[in-house]
Design a protein. Structure first.
Length: 216
């Protein structure tokens, strides 16, 4: 048994970020599938750790932590100093900025699009709502494209925590049957990410078992 345990189903995009980071850091960990079709996230034992009843939660020694972004920040700060987590606050500031942008600005419409298109059964889909979320997500991807014209990764030319929230969205973005705007620099960034075994393991996870399911 490793000191570090992740609880949460890998089909969850929030769990995926955590697994991606752990794999990038090369840390040993145990992974327990929980939530969704696995259940367990409303059991008293789990709620005692995470009263929010959602996944992921991690245990690292005595530390119990939930909220995927807090977990990603903790793992990067604790184990990725100098790589995923620049130690100098001035160097780290844009990393924090883009990580927050990914989570707050990009993720909202992207996840709404995924829910409306993929998780909603075909007979219940509302095209005008799908189109609105697609248009807003596309605008964010175009902003990202302009930014990535100048950089190989979100901040500078190596992977940092800044890549995690936005990078997480890409597998599903490219897998969804939608009309995407031309974003050649995002395409190149995605190709670079796909070359990383950690990204393959954490993020490139087929989502067939989520199609048409709104019950979790
Ligand atoms: N803000 C939370 C959101 C967590 C969340 O919504 N998790 C979803 C999966 S992506 C969940 O637990 N759904 C219930 C389930 O899987 O049973 C985080 O980032 O960790």
């Amino acid at each position: 048994m490793s000191a570090l345990t992740v609880l949460g189903r890998l089909s969850s995009c929030n769990v995926q970020k955590v697994i991606w980071v752990l794999e990038e850091l090369g840390l040993p960990y145990d992974h327990i599938e929980l939530g969704g079709k696995f259940g367990g996230n409303n059991d008293p034992d789990y709620l005692a750790m995470n009263p929010n009843g959602r996944v992921p939660t991690i245990k690292d020694g005595e530390l119990i932590l939930w909220e995927s972004d807090a977990i990603v920040r903790y793992l990067c700060a604790q184990y990725g100093a100098g790589t995923l987590w620049p130690e100098d606050p001035i160097a780290r500031a844009p990393v924090e900025q883009w990580a927050t942008w990914g989570t707050t600005e990009l993720l909202g419409d992207w996840i709404a699009l995924f829910w409306r298109l993929v998780r909603t059964p075909a007979e219940k889909r509302k095209n005008h709502i799908i189109e609105r979320h697609l248009a807003l997500t596309s605008q964010r991807m175009q902003l990202l494209d302009r930014h990535l014209a100048e950089h190989d990764y979100m901040v500078g030319n190596t992977l940092t925590m800044a890549d995690v929230p936005a990078g997480m969205t890409l597998y599903r973005w490219y897998a969804m049957e939608i009309e995407r705007p031309a974003t050649p620099h995002v395409d190149d960034w995605y190709a670079r990410l796909c070359e990383r075994p950690a990204y393959q393991k954490g993020i490139c996870v087929p989502f067939d078992d989520l199609v048409g399911r709104q019950d979790f």
